[in-house]
Design a protein around this ligand. Sequence first.
Ligand SMILES: C[S@@+](CC[C@H](N)C(=O)[O-])C[C@H]1O[C@@H](n2cnc3c(N)ncnc32)[C@H](O)[C@@H]1O
Length: 240
Amino acid sequence: MSSIQLIQNKSFVPKEFNRVARSYDFATTMSQGYQEDLNTSAKRLQLRGDEKLLDLCCGTGKSTRACLNELPNGSIVGVDNSEGMLAEAQAKFAEEVKAGKVKFVLKDAMHLNFDDHTFDVVFMAYGLRNMPDYEKSIQGIHRVLKPGGKICIHDYSLSNNLFSKIYWAILGYGFIVPFCSLLSGSSKIYTYLVKSVLNFLQPEQIKNLLEQNGFEKVEVQPHASWRKPILHSVIAVKRA
Ligand SMILES: C[S@@+](CC[C@H](N)C(=O)[O-])C[C@H]1O[C@@H](n2cnc3c(N)ncnc32)[C@H](O)[C@@H]1O
């Protein structure tokens, strides 16, 4: 399946992540600021520390780590539909899983079958962009969140100007695709990454999507340094 076919049929994306699961942590460690940015987004949620959090599209658990730092008395359910990525996460958090603080579930994020109002918080890092239907995905998240619950969408979402698009294309095709393909032996998912970001919603569009689907107090914040035009956290509260 080509990267264009992946854009057209995103339900195959998790299977492509299986191919790169073992090299994923190394590749993202090489991406300066990757973990720090996740930590920043988790901090921006301003949690009490005892919440029940859904880490949607948790991958190998880098987002889980960021959320765990903010939840000394809380718990996390990590959901992902790639067996390979989840296996990496399971190994990393064996102690927390044993203690019942973290649980990982293989599941399609488009079909969340948790009860209504299960979670206090949903953290979705580099996830929404991979959903075949953004609105349906947000509606599913809205259903499983408690009234007053918080959502954080953390993703490559380009600011609304030509510079951001050109900047991302150069970064993507000039660095991310060649470097990560060499590292993982697979170029498809990284070419898909670059294309999917070019096709994704801008920060203000994510804000509108949330407001139109039952969320309020939406805050859009860019990340630091060279990621400023391309990476944002969008935080909102489910209307009570
Ligand atoms: C770029 S990784 C992000 C992982 C993690 N959140 C992080 O911040 O490092 C995206 C993850 O989304 C998962 N994913 C994509 N589509 C999915 C779907 N429909 N349901 C569940 N997981 C999905 C992939 O398997 C992959 O692990």
